[in-house]
Design a protein around this ligand. Structure first.
Ligand SMILES: Cc1cc2nc3c(=O)[nH]c(=O)nc-3n(C[C@H](O)[C@H](O)[C@H](O)COP(=O)(O)OP(=O)(O)OC[C@H]3O[C@@H](n4cnc5c(N)ncnc54)[C@H](O)[C@@H]3O)c2cc1C
Length: 426
């Protein structure tokens, strides 16, 4: 059996293209400097160059190195915070705007893929949320009725016998299907986007860590590992990899590790048995598991393990494989080929945010919804800076921190214990 690879399947299959048109040096002056080269940074860059701005995307590692080349590639409606909580917290009108944004975010991927002619295995098979307890199925029933009433959004409640046409597993007490969702090859998407943006004139600067931003009478000076750059505007798009570049931003977002394994490619009849409609799936646990078939017919299985960002990837593979086989006993003898991790950016209100600190713009906080929401929020902040939009719902809500968090997210093990407790009792 081949050795387990501890790199993402996506970049193993589709590494950063050798001919990606990256800049040979950091430019001296641009209109907009963007820190971070994931979906947020690149989509902001796309809109800005299309509106005539000069743009530099500054990336500490290589282009797309963060979560944008490591994720599950599942684009589903909604944002990290439950839509019902959002309605309670922000009211009906803003709540509807957030929901609508989450749908438009998925349609926006359609549009970008079409306009930039990206070859990234994007398709819209829909998803099924799966109930791990009978009570969760009852909650899904209420949620489906609520979404139809409040949002006009159609989903389909699936009884355990309906599920037989959706998934080759007997583990679940029902599910909720939503045909809106899509799936993508994350690395093909991020590298395709990067190529498009560079071809339209953006400077892509790799191995360029930004360590300090100082304010000038007009604009900003960015101190990077490759020299100094002056920009009229700055966007920080570092999500789960946010460091202390902006000391007031750090306490507003914390990293959580998400872990993924994939199997070897499965025979077509087994793929058909496990997922006849090639849906995206996630379950109803607090410690959520998400899974799907990859474009080349492997089963991808993701989860949060213990929320930490530093779990050993072999140990993580062992834990995730146990869950995978519990769900799909058919995969007991199938080899796991890759195990990897990446960091999600979580905010205390579980909402994405567009904001400003000392005039410096930022956009982040997607939880596990960044495939579509980072695409959308990156585009929104680009449009705002280009003067094409005056605001966005994600810029209209306060961005909270907590008094107990400055730098080190010491509370994550406690949160993990609490989630485990909730998984037992709710
Ligand atoms: C394992 C995993 C599975 C996931 N699955 C899904 C999924 O199925 N569906 C979904 O919707 N979302 C998923 N997500 C979330 C999604 O991938 C992210 O929300 C999204 O990619 C965030 O994009 P971004 O551009 O904001 O940040 P990132 O792609 O993380 O990019 C941030 C970049 O900033 C760079 N950076 C940080 N600091 C500096 C600095 N000082 N100077 C220069 N560069 C800097 C980093 O090197 C990094 O490359 C998953 C995430 C992970 C980790």
């Amino acid at each position: 059996m081949a050795a387990l690879k501890t790199i993402p399947l996506w970049t193993d299959q589709f590494p950063r293209p050798a001919d990606l048109p990256v800049a040979t040096a950091v430019p001296d002056v641009v209109d907009v400097a963007i820190v971070g080269s994931g979906y947020t940074g690149l989509n902001a860059a796309r809109v800005l160059v299309q509106n005539g701005a000069t743009v530099a995307v500054l990336e500490r590692e290589t282009i797309g190195w963060g979560a944008s080349s490591r994720n599950g590639g599942m684009a589903t409606p909604g944002i990290k915070q439950s839509i019902q909580v959002i309605f309670r917290q922000y009211g009906r009108s803003l709540g509807r705007q957030f929901w609508q944004a989450s749908l438009e975010a998925i349609d926006l991927i359609d549009q970008i893929v079409r306009e930039e002619q990206l070859d990234c295995d994007w398709f819209r098979p829909g998803h099924v949320a799966l109930a791990v307890k009978p009570t969760h199925f009852e909650q899904m029933r209420h949620k489906a009725a609520w979404m139809a009433r409040e949002l006009g959004h159609k989903t389909k409640l699936l009884t355990p016998s309906d599920l037989k046409g959706e998934i080759g597993s007997d583990l679940f007490y029902g599910g909720l299907a939503d045909d809106y969702s899509g799936g993508i090859h994350p690395a093909k998407y991020v590298f395709g986007l990067a190529r498009a943006v560079a071809q339209q004139g953006a400077y892509l600067c790799e191995h360029t860590a930004v360590s300090r931003i100082t304010k000038l009478p007009t604009g900003y000076q960015l101190h990077t590992s490759q020299g100094i750059l002056t920009a009229k505007e700055v966007i920080v798009a570092t999500n789960g990899y946010t460091d202390r570049l902006l000391p007031q931003l750090k306490p507003r977002i914390f990293p959580v590790g998400s872990y993924i394994i994939v199997t070897e490619p499965l025979p077509p009849d087994l793929q058909q048995e496990l997922s006849p409609k090639k849906r995206m799936f996630y379950d109803s646990k607090w410690f959520i598991n998400y899974f799907r078939l990859t474009p080349d017919g492997r089963m991808l299985w993701g989860g949060r393990n213990n929320l930490s960002t530093t779990l050993d990837l072999r140990e993580s593979a062992h834990i995730l494989r146990r869950q995978l086989v519990h769900t799909f006993p058919q995969l007991a003898n199938v080899a796991i080929t890759h195990s990897w991790t990446g960091k999600l950016g979580i905010t205390f209100d579980l909402m994405p945010h567009i904001g400003r600190i000392d005039g410096i713009h930022y956009a982040l906080g997607y939880g596990g919804h960044g495939v579509s929401i980072a695409t959308y929020v990156g585009t929104e902040i680009g449009l705002i800076l280009a003067g094409k939009k005056s605001s966005s719902p994600f810029a209209e809500i306060p961005h909270p921190t907590r008094f107990f968090y400055r730098n080190r997210p010491w509370f994550i093990p406690l949160a993990a214990m609490y989630y485990r407790f909730l998984d037992k009792v709710t």
